[in-house]
Design a protein around this ligand. Structure first.
Ligand code: UD1
Ligand code: UDP
Length: 389
């Protein structure tokens, strides 16, 4: 890939729109002659799960909207695969970029790999080592058909090294300028975390624009922020009930604001869990990214099973209690910002009562991840052959 040509980004789910935003900006600034085409699979489709992010983040309308919607994992991935392949055949991209670990990520990577189009994976190398998580399968398979693996951390690089990836640039240390990629694909680089770029890009604007604190009549550091959407927590009635009961108990003293993912809302209906029995929890609809950043920044504690929000808690300087048994973002735990408690009522409550406070450094780069990625993918002195062996 030189400084011109066509690159297709595949997105479909909420966190991918947030990861896309800094790259769209970096493409404009660093590689204006590259045609950057955006494909939205339609995995997320409610206004407040999709369009609100395009509007708020000033993202261009997707060039292709595949309208796949919700379905069982296999069917959803298959429909995406079929439609993405059609887009690739028609548009003949030079490279494809996929983000994170959703079904949209896997479908994009697989469609490209089958057509011998190089795939670059943003947020490569993360592992929970829990193969029952749909995301774990998506990550591993995507990594193993990618050409350039853009890792957010040294831990992610180490995970890939254990799986046999050997062309590791800069010994897995943060890449601070444009490296020369030599040798045989796939290349593994630690470029820092793209969500840190998004956070830095948007916090100042969010502080000016968001009215969420006033709208919800909140006071800084006097409320907790909670989100739950992982299949392991929502599809298991006992785990979901335990989490909600623990949040409800916390909410009797400290208000718990809970922007609820549609998946979780549907599970509440399915299990006949009533809002009126959970008066300690303030359930609201999903919020925009700017509103979420402001809710995070002002929260006393964040309780979540979201991957992105564990890191944002750290970026915002707020302790995080993670409602999972393990995390891919292990640096936040090692640095003392993140406390893993699973779905156990007494552990959730004990972590909250301990008044968690934090101080260590977790890393995640310097907020120039998108710049590094574009410099590497669209390097003016590189043609596609120089990326091959
Ligand atoms: C997906 C990702 C997950 C990511 C999350 C981000 C996979 C396997 N999972 O999970 O890794 O953390 O996105 O939020 O790709 N729904 C709506 N409206 C929408 C979207 C979804 O009502 O706009 C409901 C549907 O009932 C759907 C359910 O939510 O069946 C789950 O949606 P889906 O995209 O399959 O998975 P997520 O739980 O969102
Ligand atoms: N987010 C948001 N509004 C919400 C919930 C989350 O803007 O109501 C943002 C959050 O700030 C983070 C991203 O969405 O940037 C995380 O997405 P999610 O938790 O859905 O997925 P995960 O990161 O777990 O894959």
């Amino acid at each position: 890939m030189a400084d011109r040509g066509k690159i297709i980004s595949i997105v479909g789910a909420r966190p991918q729109f947030i990861k896309l935003a800094p790259l769209v900006r970096a493409f404009r600034e660093k590689a204006p002659k590259v045609e950057h085409v955006i494909v939205h699979t339609g995995q997320h489709y409610d206004y407040n799960m999709s369009k609100v992010f395009f509007e708020e983040l000033g993202l261009p309308e997707p060039d292709f909207h595949l309208g796949v919607g919700s379905a069982e994992h296999g069917l959803q991935t298959a429909l995406m695969l079929r439609k993405i392949e059609e887009v690739f055949l028609l548009n003949k991209p030079d490279r494809v970029i996929v983000y994170g670990d959703t079904n949209s990520t896997l479908a994009g990577a697989l469609a490209a790999a089958k057509l011998h189009i190089p795939v670059d994976h943003v947020e490569a190398g993360l592992r929970s080592y829990d193969r029952t998580m749909p995301e774990e399968i998506n990550r591993a398979l995507t990594d193993h058909c990618s050409s350039i693996l853009f890792c957010p951390t040294e831990n992610a690089v180490n995970n890939l090294s254990k799986e046999g990836f050997s062309n590791i640039v800069n010994g897995g240390k943060l890449v601070e300028d444009t490296p020369r990629l030599t040798g045989k694909e796939p290349f593994v680089l630690n470029v820092g975390d793209i969500m840190y770029d998004s956070f830095l890009l948007c916090l100042g604007i969010a502080e000016k624009k968001s009215r969420i604190i006033e709208e919800l009549s909140l006071k800084g550091e006097e409320y907790c922020l909670a989100t739950v959407h992982r299949a392991e927590n929502t599809d298991d009635e006992t785990r979901l009930r335990n989490i909600l009961e623990a949040l409800n108990a916390i909410g009797k003293d400290t208000q718990v604001v809970f922007p609820m993912h549609p998946r979780t809302r549907k599970c509440l209906e399915k299990y006949d869990i009533r809002q009126r029995d959970l008066q300690g929890i303030r359930m609201i609809d999903p919020v925009s990214y700017f509103d979420m950043l402001i809710l995070e920044k002002n929260a006393k504690v964040i309780l979540t099973d979201s991957g992105g929000m564990q890191k944002e808690a750290y970026f915002a300087g707020v302790p995080c209690i993670t409602l999972r048994e393990e995390t891919e973002w292990i640096e936040t735990v090692e640095a003392g910002w993140n406390f893993l408690v699973g779905a156990d009522k007494s552990r959730i409550n004990a972590a909250f009562q301990s008044g968690p406070s934090c101080q260590g450094e977790a890393g995640y780069g310097i907020g120039l991840t998108s710049t590094r990625i574009i410099e590497i993918i669209a390097h003016p002195n590189r043609d596609s052959n120089s990326l091959q062996s």
